[in-house]
Design a protein around this ligand. Structure first.
Ligand SMILES: [Zn+2]
Length: 168
């Protein structure tokens, strides 16, 4: 997110000040403070009934062409679980069910800045995929045939999911 230079409420140029122990921009006219909060993202670690994992090849930046787990930004008014399943349907047409929360992560990713990532384990009965414009490819793979996933956060989620499964 590009930082504001002018107050979005009243249009006055913003000043810098220390507020709650951090340097922030503030409007000296109307007291609006430019808090910068993380954007919430939901990731769907999705398995079919054969315990194969869904990986998708991204058709947009960041990480265009990379294999990854599906997911995206939450919309206002939806729960993290709803957003997770909505992103899965939008990208792949798969209707999943939330199985469990794998973990909550924080990352800084250009151009978005600070992200709060919630990763869920999702199970699908019907694994027939129809991808949308956000993807080049998608498929369910057993571990030994899996395309290499190189995005560090997604690798971490996959390792954490495997740890979750081994303790169940
Ligand atoms: Zn203002």
């Amino acid at each position: 997110m590009k930082p504001y230079s002018f107050c979005p409420v009243c249009g006055t140029m913003l000043n810098r000040a220390m507020i709650d122990g951090r340097g922030r921009k503030i409007c000296l006219s109307c007291s609006w403070v430019h808090y910068i909060n993380p954007l919430p993202v939901a990731i769907a670690y999705t398995v079919n009934r054969n315990e194969e994992l869904l990986v998708v090849r991204r058709a947009h930046e960041p990480a265009i062409n990379e294999w990854s787990l599906p997911g995206g930004f939450l919309e206002a008014g939806e729960s993290a679980e709803e957003g997770c399943l909505r992103e899965l349907i939008e990208e792949t047409s798969l209707e999943g069910e939330i199985d469990s929360l794998i973990g909550i992560y924080h990352r800084n990713v250009e151009p978005y800045g600070s992200l709060l990532v919630l990763a869920y384990r999702v199970v699908v009965d019907n694994d027939a995929i129809s991808i949308n414009h956000e993807l080049f490819d998608a498929g369910f793979y057993p571990e030994h045939l899996m395309p290499e996933v190189r995005i560090p956060l997604h690798r971490t989620i996959m390792m954490d999911a495997a740890l979750c499964e081994s303790v169940q």
